[in-house]
Design a protein around this ligand. Structure first.
Ligand SMILES: [Zn+2]
Length: 199
């Protein structure tokens, strides 16, 4: 029988979930609350759902002080949420540049379309948030017809700079390992931002 995955409960809503579905927080020696999304920092951890509402609720209800038995230093809920978003974006960005170094990224609308026509499998596309409506429509329709997954993320400048290029409207990642890893990170990010409505 497969070993059961470690579970923890969210300190805000009390739901019990697998550890990897939750966000871990630890307390630094100066009692500052630190997000530990990779679950690597030592010490006792407190967990909340990967959802900014649960994080906000945990802060409002002072659940971190309860979990860590004493005062917890937090600048503000907004700054902690911004910190988590920043870490999540950096994770996605690092997978993208890693894939790029491994030669698994194609960029630019024409190049991406061309490469997709050769092979649709194990691909995921990132579309910049600031591309023009007609380019978006053209790409999204093409992806839909061919069942290729896509996400809207970052702006053109950032997408380009992550792969050492000028601004890019669209980048495609290939290779099973990279595609699965970045999809997981993006889903976690979207859950946290509250962009998934089918819960
Ligand atoms: Zn929760």
């Amino acid at each position: 029988m497969p070993r059961k995955e470690a579970q923890r409960s969210c300190i805000a809503c009390r739901k019990v979930k697998c550890k990897k579905e939750l966000l871990r927080f630890v307390l630094a020696p100066d009692r500052v609350l630190v997000p530990d999304l990779l679950c690597k920092l030592p010490g006792r951890g407190a967990y909340v759902c990967s959802d900014n509402d649960c994080l906000r609720a945990a802060l409002t209800k002072k659940q971190f002080s309860r979990a860590f038995k004493g005062d917890v230093q937090i600048e503000s809920a907004d700054s902690l949420i911004a910190q988590v978003i920043y870490i999540m974006e950096e994770r996605i960005a690092s997978y993208l540049s890693l894939a790029n170094k491994a030669g698994k990224v194609v960029s630019g609308t024409d190049m991406v379309m061309q490469s997709l026509r050769k092979n649709f499998n194990n691909r995921v596309l990132l579309l910049a948030a600031d591309i023009s409506a007609d380019i978006r429509q053209k790409i999204v329709l093409f992806l839909k017809i061919n069942s290729v997954e896509h996400f809207t993320l970052f702006d053109k400048d950032r997408l380009g700079s992550l792969i050492g290029k000028s601004p890019r409207s669209v980048v495609a990642l290939e290779g099973h390992g990279f595609v699965e890893a970045i999809k997981l990170e993006i889903e976690r990010y979207r859950n946290f931002m509250g962009e998934v409505h089918n819960r």
